[in-house]
Design a protein around this ligand. Structure first.
Ligand code: SF4
Ligand code: SF4
Length: 182
């Protein structure tokens, strides 16, 4: 069954004598390469890392674990994000909030440990969609360059937003979500 119109019929025609020689085709390819090399960049080249390519607000990059308007962590360690994650990149340990911790955690249960392995993550955004507490969002930020594999396992120290340095995710929320997120 044909699902889209993107498929192309591949031609199996015999190669001509000139094509079998290969040399003319190689020269043609080199001529195209030279033409582009001599023409220079056409305003689409960014000298990274000094100059970053602009990213859309909907870019699916580094996650953030959000706090609520009172500064309490929103995540209740329900595990839905971990279950839905196709790359099995998320792990967590839940804990029960004590009476003295009501100002730290929004719900009675919270994640004492929450980790995302950035080498496994494929930035699909399913964790964001699955979260019933609007606690996890992807952002337009990039994952840092690291020199060893262990450093790519991001814990709460890197994922939870800083209380005085909030991450704006409103551009990612639908109008309905903006109204319903409490
Ligand atoms: S973005 Fe996708 S792959 Fe990455 S942690 Fe979330 S669900 Fe897993
Ligand atoms: S981030 Fe959301 S889905 Fe994941 S454990 Fe926390 S509350 Fe549940």
């Amino acid at each position: 069954m044909k699902l889209t119109n993107r498929s192309k019929v591949v031609s199996n025609k015999e190669m001509t004598f000139m094509e079998k020689l290969y040399l003319p085709e190689i020269l043609k390819g080199m001529a195209i390469t030279m033409r582009h090399a001599l023409a220079g960049p056409k305003g689409k080249v960014f000298s990274y890392p000094e100059q970053e390519k602009p990213r859309t607000k909907f870019w699916r990059g580094l996650h953030v674990l959000k706090r609520d308007e009172e500064g309490r962590e929103r995540c209740t360690a329900c595990g839905l994000c971990a279950v839905v994650c196709p790359a099995e990149a998320i792990t967590m340990t839940s804990a029960e909030r004590t009476r003295d911790e009501k100002h730290l955690y929004r719900e009675e249960k919270y994640a004492s440990v929450y980790e995302i392995n950035m080498l496994r993550c494929i930035f699909c955004g399913l964790c964001e969609e699955a979260c019933p507490k609007s606690a996890i969002y992807l952002t337009d930020r990039l994952v840092d360059v690291e020199t060893n594999r262990g450093s790519f396992v991001y814990g709460k120290d890197k994922l939870v937003e800083k209380i005085n340095e909030r991450v704006d995710i409103t551009a990612r929320q639908s109008e309905l979500q903006k109204k319903t997120v409490k």
